[in-house]
Unconditional design. Structure first.
Length: 378
């Protein structure tokens, strides 16, 4: 790959929630750009570091051994340049300071690794300050549009699947209902992927509002069919049909949370707590919950994620060398392609009703909360 854009310096930052694989992408970008004589600055703590002029020069020493290390050595934050916390408790627009650092460092391009919020922040800086941004889709939620998959997702899904495997044995020993709550924000990729891979009996995802009585009937019916335990996987954003009209957040009920247009739900109360209590009351079946939380974002990336991250990083570097700014690296089939940020920021990528994983789940009798599977109808 030729440095046709003639870039000499590039910045890289990680923003939003962390996930395994971020370091692997930083490593791939740096190694690749360095071989083309490009100086790479690691901006600390996401956009906050850009605003506060905090960075390190990345070299061979810093990137060696990074492939397998979880988290992000550049650290991260959920800060948005246009909405930084102000001393009076409100927010203030600090985009100007971020743009200034970019100019002071004489960056020819800024590579931002992050989820949906990061894509939007990078896009804003490009529009407002003319920054040459390139992004790559990171998130265990797998909900960034314009790409078949995001890095970090495979690791999160693998961790959740392993947890479900372990819960199967104890569920069986005690004849209990075991409820596992996954992350995923407002998308069901994690719950669905891990639920199908772990052989869950019920999977509840935000894209399919559930009927509590249908879930209860599935569980009771399994018992009647001699299946003495059940595994229920619930995504943190799952909601019942009754909750559906309250999406605007008008209700006082704590479970009915405002979800529209938020990049990040700051909910500390697992949805499984009230759902398990409700189900236990309706079915009389002893129910236990496990909320996987940040375990899904910890530790080493899977082999698949390491491969993906290396490819995402190499493609991001290649796009920088070619001057393909204003784009996110998207994975389409086996290819890695530039996808205009303008398109990426328009919507989230949710589980479509005809997704093969969903169809397969239904075909093996998994209750998705909207109907009692055929095998368990009385
Ligand atoms: O976006 C990734 C994610 O892990 C979501 O699945 C989850 O809702 C959120 O971040 C948790 O954020 P925090 O780490 O700020 O608690």
């Amino acid at each position: 790959m030729e440095n046709t854009a003639g870039i000499r310096t590039a910045g890289v930052l990680t923003s939003g929630g962390d996930c395994p694989g971020l370091n692997a992408v930083i490593r791939a970008i740096t190694k690749n750009l360095m071989t083309h004589g490009v100086e790479v600055f690691g901006i600390m703590e996401g956009f906050r570091g850009l605003i506060e002029n905090r960075y390190v020069l990345l070299d061979d020493k810093q990137t060696s051994g990074l492939l397998t290390v979880g988290g992000t050595n550049l650290r991260t934050s959920r800060d948005k340049p246009h909405k930084m916390p102000a001393p009076d408790g409100g927010t203030r627009d600090m985009s100007g300071a971020a743009i200034e650092t970019y100019r002071r460092l004489k960056l020819d391009c800024l590579i931002c690794l992050g989820g949906g919020g990061t894509q939007k922040n990078a896009y804003r800086l490009m529009k407002e300050g003319g920054l040459n941004v390139i992004t790559a889709p990171k998130t265990i939620d797998n909900d960034v549009s314009g790409t078949d998959t995001c890095f970090g997702f495979d690791t999160g899904m693998t961790i959740a699947t392993e947890a479900i495997d372990r819960l199967h044995t104890t569920a069986s020993s005690h004849h209990r209902v075991m409820m596992v709550e996954t992350m995923g924000h407002n998308s069901g990729w994690l719950a669905l992927g891990a639920g199908v891979a772990g052989g869950a009996d019920v999977v509840l995802i935000p894209e399919i509002p559930y009927y509590i009585d249908r879930v209860a009937e599935s569980l009771l019916s399994r018992m009647r069919h001699g299946k003495m335990f059940s595994i229920v996987v619930v995504a943190e954003g799952a909601r019942s049909v009754e909750d559906e009209p309250d999406l605007d957040g008008d209700s006082d009920d704590g479970r009915k949370r405002k979800r529209k247009d938020k990049d990040h739900v700051d909910s500390k109360q697992p949805v499984s707590v009230s759902l398990a209590a409700h189900l236990e009351a309706v079915t009389g079946l002893e129910t236990r919950i496990t909320s996987l939380g940040h375990l899904q974002r910890g530790g080493v990336p899977t082999a698949r994620d390491r491969l993906l991250c290396t490819q995402f990083g190499v493609k991001a570097a290649e796009m920088a060398l070619q001057g393909a700014f204003g784009n996110m690296v998207g994975k389409r089939g086996e290819d890695f392609v530039p996808v205009p940020l303008e398109e990426v920021v328009k919507q989230k990528r949710l589980v479509p009703p005809d997704h093969p994983w969903l169809i397969a789940a239904r075909e093996v009798g998994t209750c998705m909360g909207d109907e009692v599977p055929l095998a368990y109808r009385a």
